[in-house]
Design a binder for this molecule. Structure first.
Ligand code: DGP
Length: 111
């Protein structure tokens, strides 16, 4: 089973910040900013490249909760939300996840 599926099932511990029937948000083990949260669908979807009309509801479920999670983290001055996809995107965990980064002025570099 993939790493984030194991975290979803509670087989691997994580620091959860939000959970509902469709999604889980937890702190990244290797934070790149004062706030670094991963938001994942509970359903296993390998990456953004596997989004279809049938499973895209989890993406809106995640985006609908981002403002609430960001407010709870005190990210009043903005934040970055990103997903890495595939080899060239440097995706290391093959379960769709969005990084929510903030709490400092982030670098302008994206590539
Ligand atoms: P990416 O490189 O976009 O696939 O991001 C994967 C992220 O997952 C990376 O920032 C580190 C994080 N990560 C890897 N293993 C674990 C873990 O066991 N627990 C937590 N909380 N985060 C993890």
């Amino acid at each position: 089973m993939c790493l984030f599926c194991q975290i979803v099932k509670g087989e691997i511990p994580s620091t959860k910040v939000y959970e509902d029937e469709k999604i889980l948000a937890f702190r990244d083990i290797n934070p790149q900013a004062p706030t670094h949260i991963l938001i994942v669908p509970k359903e296993h979807i390998s990456s953004a490249d596997e989004i279809t009309p049938e499973n895209s509801g989890v993406v809106s479920a995640i985006f609908e909760k981002v403002p609430q999670i960001a407010r709870a983290e005190g990210l009043k001055n903005g934040y970055r939300l990103l997903t890495n996809c595939g080899e060239d995107g440097c995706q290391s965990v093959k379960h769709l996840h969005f990084h929510l980064l903030g709490g400092k002025k982030l670098t302008e570099r994206m590539g």
